[in-house]
Design a protein around this ligand. Structure first.
Ligand code: HEC
Length: 146
């Protein structure tokens, strides 16, 4: 009984440590190029739209590009993390790098490496177009920030 209680406490302490580390990672960079990911991965400057039409286009693109095979947006983990709220925990630049070049991110970026450790499956490169598809996907994800 006593031992079990101690384990539970340890898990709780570890859990809050992780939350702290994650918060630090966002502010100061979790290694591998910081909170925005490795600078060596070129990504466009995107101002995320909040227009309803762009969000709808993003939702459609999220389906046609096959993201839905591995991600839910609200409702929990599938193959990959639930993407509801992802725009609150990652920077726009980081997400751009992850969506355009996941195969490099899981080798070079500390946060992506950690994600791979818990999800076991490497995210697939879906050949998302950086100017014609990516901005809308980001608008869609941003609209599900909370
Ligand atoms: C084959 C399954 C698969 C597909 C398809 C896929 N992903 Fe992923 N995604 C993952 C996994 C698994 C991770 C966690 C990192 C890893 O293990 O590589 C991830 C991570 C992410 C993350 C970071 C999540 C976080 O919590 O920081 C974002 C953002 C993301 N994916 C967006 C997308 C988008 C947008 C698409 C469609 C263009 C997509 N993914 C397609 C499996 C997938």
């Amino acid at each position: 009984m006593m031992a079990r209680f101690t384990i539970l406490k340890t898990v709780l302490v570890l859990g809050s440590l992780c939350a702290l580390v994650a918060a630090c990672g966002k502010g100061e960079g979790g290694g591998g190029g910081g909170a925005d990911g490795p600078e060596s991965i070129q990504v466009p400057e995107i101002a995320v739209s909040t227009a309803a039409a762009d969000i709808a286009k993003g939702e459609a693109t999220f389906k046609t590009k096959g993201c839905v095979a591995c991600h839910k947006v609200g409702g929990g983990k599938l193959v990959g993390p639930d993407l509801k709220g992802v725009t609150a925990r990652r920077s726009i630049k980081w997400m751009e790098r992850m969506i355009l070049h996941p195969e490099i991110m899981i080798k070079e970026d500390a946060t992506a490496k950690e994600l791979l450790k818990t999800h076991f499956t490497p995210m697939a490169n879906q050949n998302v177009n950086p100017s014609e598809e990516l901005p809308f996907i980001l608008a869609y994800l941003k609209s599900h920030e909370s």
